[in-house]
Design a protein around this ligand. Structure first.
Ligand code: RB5
Length: 170
């Protein structure tokens, strides 16, 4: 599998260790930076780079690491077609694949130890999507991404949230 990896400074050491592990396991790893733990950088730069590589077909999947996995995951999820999941262990990594067909895995270097992170990543890259009842839900997300329309019959009574809906850009 061709895997794009990226991190900020906080995630650099864990990203490097996981990239080495994946390469040793036969994956083709494309490291999009950052290149040092010593200089603060902004996680959106690297989350977006990994996400674009996946959405653009230059990588099959992505791996993102920051301090918590949260910021870089938020950034990655802004790219249409990307389903980035913050995982903490084998269970969340497995469910992110089986139920959500996540194509980018995000980890927190200040949250997960190397052994736990390695097990989670191995699980993520070897677990298949189950499809079935989950596909309709992923389709609803894709529909919102592309047309900003809600799932059919999705009015949530009493929320008054019409003003919160984003409109497609013209
Ligand atoms: C960097 O200090 C830290 O904020 C970043 O790595 C990440 O945890 C943000 O979500």
């Amino acid at each position: 599998m061709r895997i794009a990896v990226g991190s900020d400074h906080a995630g650099f050491d864990l990203k490097s260790a996981l990239a080495g592990h994946l390469a040793a396991g036969g994956h083709e790893v494309v490291d999009l930076g950052t290149d040092s733990p010593d200089f603060p950088v902004d996680y959106p730069v690297f989350g977006l780079a990994v996400a674009r590589a996946v959405a653009g077909g230059r990588a099959d999947r992505g791996l993102c690491v920051c301090g918590t996995g949260i910021g870089i995951g938020i950034a990655a999820n802004k790219v249409v077609g990307v389903r980035a999941a913050v995982v903490h262990d084998v269970t969340t990594a497995s469910l992110a694949r089986r139920h959500n067909d996540a194509n980018v895995v995000c980890l927190g270097a200040r949250i997960s130890g190397l052994a736990e992170a390695t097990d989670a990543v191995d699980t993520f890259f070897t677990t298949a999507y189950e499809g079935g009842r989950h596909q309709k839900r992923l389709d609803e997300i894709s529909q919102y991404e592309t047309s900003r329309t809600d799932p059919a019959g999705a009015t949530v009574a009493g929320t008054g949230d019409d003003h919160e809906r984003q409109q497609p850009s013209s």
